[in-house]
Design a protein around this ligand. Sequence first.
Ligand code: FRU
Length: 488
Amino acid sequence: MLARCVLLFLALASWAQAAPAPANAYYSEAYRPWLHYSPNKGWMNDPNGLVYYNGTYHLFYQYHPNSTVWGPMHWGHATSNDLTHWSHQPVALSPDQKGWIFSGSAVIDKDNRAGFGANAMVAVFTYHNDALWKAGQKNTESQGLAYSMDEGKTWTKYAGNPVLNNSGEQDFRDPKVFWHEPMKRWTMALATGNQITFFSSKDLKQWQHESDFTDETSAPLGVWECPDLFKLRNHDGTEKWVLIVNHGDKAPNGGSGTRYFIGQFDGQRFIAEQDARWLDYGPDFYAGVTFENAPDNRRLLMAWMSNWQYAQKVPTHPWRSAMTLPRELRLDSENGQYFLKQQFAANLSELASLQYRSKTPKLPLQRNDLDLRRARIRFSVNNAQDLNLVLKNDRGEQLRLYQKDGRFFIDRHLSGQTDFSPDFSRKTLEMPMNGEGLNDVELVMDRASVEVLLNRGRYSMTVQVFPVEAYSTFRLESASGTGVRYLS
Ligand code: FRU
């Protein structure tokens, strides 16, 4: 009986229209996302200081409050209790005579090791002197501390800043700090040119150099930025360390992108055990880093949903940029090779105004009358090799996602406004899938972006699009991938 009910449920395909976006001026701004965090106004880039404390997720971010292009960097601030609804908060950190406030991380200093007080929220950031840096001078970036005793509302910069002086590098930034329990000390991963340098400290104030890690196996990529380092446990109990590195240029689809290495870290040295992989093959996924102190040992990541090639030109006003949806990272393996799987961590059922879910879509499938501004679409297919999915509107604007020769492609040449930058639609975006067929597709469209997770989050692509009118037609076809699959 139960089995029959399950079968019946699986056979159902449903389009559900849920709550519409609130009818206020904010959400009527063209391209204003609803499911994704974007600042009220001003320019935003990297997520910074992602930390959970006392029921609240804190998202700090690179922020230029009075302009929609990059400039003197502040840390903006937003909070959420559920990773789904975000509230804007006052600016947390502003530039001072020591420099602009570049990217970094935050920790909860439970045991008052830094001396600011038990449970101080401590931000570790980069001081950047832009004029000297642009003049090619070395030694213009150093690391500073600030602390908050009221859960991120007000901040005091440490009088002894900087706590980590540059030894002569031009790029010396984006500290990611965490507590390393076996060594009973803090670890810092810092981006230093084309490598990651590890430091250690007992008190967050005095830092000692431990080691440098670089990648000798792949072709040189753009400058290394925004590292992260954490441990994950496989379903069979195997533990691996994951080193995330962001690259300012030369990602597979052009411009900036996020890679990760899997290996071992003993508190001093990171040893990679396999070649690096790209975390997301879309062009609009950068500076991805994870929350410290998240409950239930979850590893939750957010990235900046744009690309340095054109981020300052995208047609939005009075703000620029949104973050990706928060994603939970899990470790998995196949044939002795480890990789990360991703899953959206926001409660999308509550937020998306249109939901489509089907275990057994009858293909070809076409609907012409949909409001696809904020849609979550999930379906499974059976080892498809030739899936073709199109979102389009009556103006002829369309976004096409398709498979060919064991690869997955996104074509945004005709997706809407594209002429603000030649880099935006220079090429069809592509992702290798090791020849694998497609089984599951999850796609979230939110006004001006599409995030796609394939095969239960093993493959991921994030793209921005700027259709002049919302897409209203959804078309899905595949000659090969029909047939019933029973996935939970
Ligand atoms: C990455 C980055 C960081 C830097 C910040 C400046 O996007 O270049 O390396 O700290 O942005 O805004």
